[in-house]
Design a protein around this ligand. Structure first.
Ligand SMILES: [Zn+2]
Length: 103
């Protein structure tokens, strides 16, 4: 059997691939997961609107913990996003319970 000695093995990495690799050492393989990581990172560093004072100053301080830099209000949200689908459902249920108790 012949071993083809192709020049394919030249290990040239493009600059873009290298940047992604350097940015996230724990996520290496799979285009989908790398794309997702990029989106999560953007949501993680983004500022969100505070429901207490209305300022767009809510920042992630730890996993699931978000605090308004303007008034200091603290929110329990998603690990990497301010609100999650499950969190919204829970919020609606709490609201409806509150309304039922009042009237
Ligand atoms: Zn606030």
């Amino acid at each position: 059997m012949l071993h083809s000695t192709s020049t394919r093995s030249s290990r040239s990495t493009s600059k873009r691939q290298r940047d992604d690799f350097m940015a996230s050492p724990n996520i290496r393989y799979g285009a989908r997961i790398r794309k997702r990581q990029k989106a999560v990172k953007a949501e993680k560093v983004a500022l969100y609107k505070c429901e207490e004072c209305g300022h767009v100053a809510v920042k992630r301080i730890s996993t699931s913990i978000w605090r308004c830099r303007h008034c200091g209000a603290t929110y329990a949200g998603g690990a990497y996003t301010m609100t999650t689908a499950a969190g919204e459902v829970a919020r609606r249920q709490v609201d409806s319970i509150g309304r039922n108790n009042k009237g």
